[in-house]
Design a protein around this ligand. Structure first.
Ligand code: 3PY
Ligand code: MG
Length: 277
């Protein structure tokens, strides 16, 4: 496959460079828009968080504080936009995100539109504002020239159409990563809610292999750490493991279950934990 701009471009910095040739990255989705959640992810050893504007109950107004807190704690902060539009993508990059994750990118045309929205002219069509957070409020005189260097663009392959057009998506100039959404992929195969189904994992594996062969980073969401481990073994450059809500619920449930085991006097008659599900 010929690529106009391979990922090894020496100008790449930050998350772009880490996706390209750094150690594999471990992330998690954040749907609870609290500084504390990001700081807990950081002290727990995560490399990256994805602030989720597609499924989380918050908007761009929350981003500056969350991104600042995450970056200050040492995390790379990616934002998943709710839609593939110039406005949505530009807004999260203006807020200073290290990368943007675009859901439901079903074909090469959609991938091209996403990348153009994220890149400054002449590579793309992103609107320049020199006094935004990402430009250090005007204190970065080189912002227009350097903005693209560190910003990672990750498009989600999460439907059968995207799998069919994978070569076209991978050939998109200036794209950094293709990221599999196994939940929606399972639904598109008529296997809703079965991200571990062999037909889903086979296609996901094809995306990761294809991405590596095409000079892009392959990433994937894994609902469990066990699935995450298999994806790292399959060569994933980025695995986003679970979601803040599920990790919190599992922690709560594990503590409550452990108390039941240790203290028969407070044991619930029926164990309600779903920690293993
Ligand atoms: C998916 O698996 O479809 C996702 O979008 C992960 O959140
Ligand atoms: Mg999805």
């Amino acid at each position: 496959m010929s690529l106009e701009q391979p990922m090894t471009a020496s100008t790449h910095t930050g998350l772009r460079q880490r996706l390209c040739d750094g150690p594999p990255l471990v992330g998690t989705f954040v749907t609870v828009p609290r500084v504390e959640i990001l700081e807990i992810a950081a002290v727990s050893g995560f490399d990256l968080v994805v602030l989720d504007l597609e499924h989380g109950p918050f908007g761009v107004e929350a981003l500056p504080a969350l991104i600042a807190a995450g970056q200050g704690a040492g995390l790379a902060v990616v934002v998943r936009v709710a839609e593939n539009s110039e406005q949505a993508i530009g807004a999260v990059l203006d807020a200073g995100a290290d990368g943007v994750l675009i859901p439901h990118v079903n074909n090469a045309a959609a991938a091209g539109a996403a990348v153009r929205a994220a890149r400054m002219p002449p590579a793309g069509t992103r609107s320049l504002h020199a006094w935004i957070r990402a430009a250090r409020y005007g204190a970065d005189p080189d912002y227009a020239a350097t903005a693209d260097n560190g910003v990672a663009v990750l498009v989600m392959a999460e439907g059968q159409e995207a799998i069919r057009d994978l070569p076209g998506i991978l050939a998109t100039p200036d794209l950094d990563a293709v990221f599999v959404g196994p939940m929606d992929l399972s639904a598109s195969l008529g296997l809703t809610g079965q991200p571990g189904h062999p037909r889903v994992t086979a296609l996901a594996g094809e995306v990761l292999t294809g991405a590596a062969a095409g000079g892009r980073a392959g990433g994937i969401f894994a609902p469990t750490v066990e699935q995450a481990a298999t994806w790292f073994a399959a060569g994933a450059r980025l695995v986003v493991v679970s979601v803040d809500t599920d990790l919190t619920r599992r922690g709560f449930a594990a503590a409550r279950d452990a108390l039941d085991d240790l203290t028969p006097s407070i044991r619930r008659p029926t164990r309600r934990s779903n920690v293993d599900r």
